[in-house]
Structures are given as structure tokens and as C-alpha cells.
Design a protein. Structure first.
Length: 399
């Protein structure tokens, strides 16, 4: 049989290739005024909470109205976003990394009609669908993870806890009266896909009990070597067990695992690999509050968050203790910090002992840092590097 070429050229594998894999080039989605002035923006200012103006070398201006978005959006919500963008912004809209939605217009005359439209759209209960704010010296939109809706290893809910906290701090989201910006993040377990380890205030779901073992079905549902390999602390090992069947009461020997509880760090990696090792527990699951982290290099180097409340139970549906403790921290910081001082900088200036006193938080032995020397002092957490000869900065080129 004769070979018939499909036209594929191994020397040029991307030639004439048609695929839907991967994202389209971001430049295709830039508003014309931004594309025309790409890389030529001179400065920007915040005109009012949630409204920014960027100025280009050419004299062009872009006005951005930022609204708080939700992590999990319905189709109807997205369609409404598109409708607003079509009406006011020529169809352009963007999302930030902290779940904000930004509508951009090229004229100041278009800002007020856009703001009025956004403010007029409310839920049946009266709350804003598209609250304007989250800029400058205020509380930014809370970034969070999946929680009980989608994630399989959460120790608490994400959407529920975030709504409770931001409901209580909504005035600070719409105003700029804090010493500096205050970033709040939320991750529903310590795998932290919400990256809460460098936030001013971090809400972290936390398991306190090791996984349960479903011995009867584990070997049928799981690859035991995979579950063992998934454990970062080597707390799991294989073991044959004699069990009584739940179905007929007979005794039989099964291949299973055992867990060394003192080594378990409650991360849930094993459950990711093996559904017969469930981790969720009504009494053991709850929330840890962390504070003092940041990514910015301004004034001081980036910092990791520190645990300031060791455990808060899951008090569904409104988590009153969580909301109260976050409010304590925000109010103490607002009253005592200097202008432009981030929460971690304030805590280090007054001393962490005073931090607990001013925030009316209890200090326990669970909050003592257990980082080991020399890593704690020698890890480079700062992105400010000083290059020396012969390794000059000018020799570094982007690929």
C-alpha cells in the first residue's frame, strides 16, 4: 500500500497546525487604546475608590472601574458582565488575579454612566452584584479557593467564609481610609492553592485528625503504592489486615495501609490518590488565621504570614468567631499603624507581643514559630538583588 502523507512536516511541526489547545494570544483581547500605547504608559492615579486613570506618552487616557467579582460565577452572571462590557466598553472586560472585574473606557465622560449602571444592578436581597472598590488603602477583594463546592480536601468552606468576612468589611472595600492596602486571602486547606502564605490576613482551612481508613474497599479503589508515595512525611505504609465484612459479616484478610499518626501533617494528599482515606471531620476541621505576610518590596522585604489564631471551629453558616477575629485585627491595624505601613510592618515595629495585645487575641504555645536555623535567616525572601562583577545585570537577557 502506498504511503499517503497527511502534510505533516516533522522539521516544522507547527506549520499549518490548527488546534484549540491552549489560550489565545492575550494581545488579541486588549482594548485598542491599550494596544496602541502598549509599553508607553507614564503614570496612573486613583481618582476615587475603584476608579483608576492611566496616562500614556501620547496623551491617551484609560479609565478603569474595578468591581469585586466572585470566585465561582454562574452563566447568567457572566452574560451580565458581557452585556455591561458591550454597552459601555466596546465589548472589552478583564479579570484580575484577585477576582476583580475591570471595565476600561477611553474617556472620562464614559465613567459616570458606567458607574451608575454597575451600582444599579443588585440582587433580590438588595446587595450589589458589582460593588465598586478594592483599590488603594483599603481592603482588596478576597482571593479564595474552591471550598466545599468543588474541592475534595477542604477543611472549611471558601465562598461562605469569604462572604462573611467581606460582608463585615464591606465599608473598607469601598473606601480608602486604612494606612495602606490590606490584602486578605483564603485557602480551604493547607495545600494552599490560594497562596495565603504571603497575605496581610490569611484564612486557612485546617484538618486536625489523620485520615480514616476504609479497609474493606481500599484495595479495590486505590493503588496502594501510589497512596504511600503521595505522603510527604512517610506516614503511610502497607499492611494486611483481618476485617469483618460490612456486607455479610464474614471475616477476611485484605490488603490495606496503616498510618503513623504522629507523622501525619493532615494535608490530604493521600485522599487525592485514594478515596478510601477520607480526611474530613466535623470536629477536627476548622480555620487557622494568619497575618503579617506580603509580596511587595515596598518599605521592607516580602514576608511570610504567621499564625495568630491557632484554631476556629466551623460555625456554619456565618462563622461569627472568624468574622469577629478578623475585625479585631483590621480595627487595631487601622488605629495604630502609620501611613503606608503594611500590617506585617506594623506588627514588627510594635513587636508581635504588642500585636496580640492590641488585637485582643490570645497567645498560645501553638503560635510559636518552629522554623530551624540556618534556613530561617539565610533564605532569600527579597527580590532585590545586587549583582557584582563579572556577573553584571546587563548580561542577563530574556529568552
Amino acid at each position: 500500500m502506498a504511503f499517503i502523507s497527511s502534510g505533516y512536516n516533522p522539521d516544522k511541526p507547527m506549520e499549518d497546525r490548527i488546534t484549540d489547545i491552549g489560550n489565545r494570544y492575550y494581545g488579541d483581547f486588549l482594548p485598542p487604546v491599550i494596544k496602541n500605547n502598549f509599553g508607553k504608559w507614564q503614570w496612573h492615579e486613583i481618582l476615587e475608590p475603584g476608579v483608576l486613570m492611566h496616562k500614556a506618552e501620547s496623551g491617551d487616557e484609560v479609565y478603569t472601574v474595578r468591581v469585586g467579582g466572585v470566585r465561582l460565577m454562574s452563566v447568567e452572571h457572566v452574560r451580565e458582565l458581557c452585556e455591561i462590557a458591550d454597552t459601555h466598553c466596546d465589548g472589552y472586560v478583564r479579570f484580575t488575579t484577585r477576582n476583580n472585574i475591570e471595565f476600561m473606557v477611553d474617556s472620562k465622560d464614559k465613567v459616570e454612566p458606567l458607574k451608575q449602571d454597575l451600582s444599579s444592578r443588585k440582587h433580590n436581597e438588595g446587595s450589589f452584584k458589582f460593588p465598586i472598590g478594592g483599590t488603594g488603602a483599603g481592603v482588596t477583594n478576597i482571593i479564595h479557593t474552591q471550598g466545599w463546592i468543588h474541592c475534595h480536601t477542604p477543611a472549611t468552606d471558601a465562598s461562605g467564609t469569604v462572604k462573611v468576612v467581606l460582608d463585615d468589611l464591606f465599608d473598607e472595600f469601598q473606601k480608602m481610609r486604612l494606612p495602606a492596602q490590606l490584602r486578605i486571602s483564603m485557602a480551604c486547606c493547607l495545600n494552599m492553592c490560594g497562596a495565603v502564605h504571603c497575605s496581610d490576613i490569611a484564612i486557612l482551612g485546617y484538618h486536625r485528625k489523620p485520615p480514616m481508613i476504609d479497609d474493606e474497599f481500599l484495595d479495590n479503589l486505590c493503588e496502594i503504592p501510589l497512596a504511600i508515595a503521595a505522603c510527604p512525611t512517610a506516614a503511610i505504609r502497607p499492611k494486611k489486615k483481618e476485617i469483618t465484612s460490612e456486607k455479610d459479616g464474614s471475616k477476611k484478610e485484605v490488603k490495606s495501609v496503616e498510618i503513623k499518626n504522629e507523622r501525619c501533617m493532615f494535608c490530604g494528599n493521600c485522599y487525592t490518590m485514594c478515596p478510601s482515606l477520607p480526611l474530613a471531620d466535623a470536629e477536627g476541621d476548622g480555620i487557622v488565621l494568619m497575618a503579617g505576610g506580603k509580596v511587595s518590596n515596598r518599605i521592607s522585604a516580602p514576608k511570610f504570614s504567621k499564625v495568630v489564631v491557632a484554631f476556629i471551629p466551623n460555625e456554619t453558616p456565618r462563622w461569627p468567631t472568624l468574622a469577629k477575629d478578623v475585625r479585631k485585627i483590621v480595627e487595631a491595624y487601622s488605629k495604630d499603624a502609620r501611613k503606608y505601613e503594611r500590617l506585617g510592618d506594623w506588627a514588627e515595629r510594635i513587636g508581635w507581643e504588642k500585636f496580640f495585645e492590641k488585637c485582643d487575641l490570645e497567645f498560645t504555645h501553638h503560635l510559636i514559630d518552629d522554623f530551624r536555623d540556618p534556613a530561617y535567616y539565610t533564605w532569600r525572601q527579597n527580590t532585590n538583588f545586587k549583582f557584582t562583577d563579572p556577573y553584571e545585570y546587563s548580561a542577563i537577557k530574556a529568552e
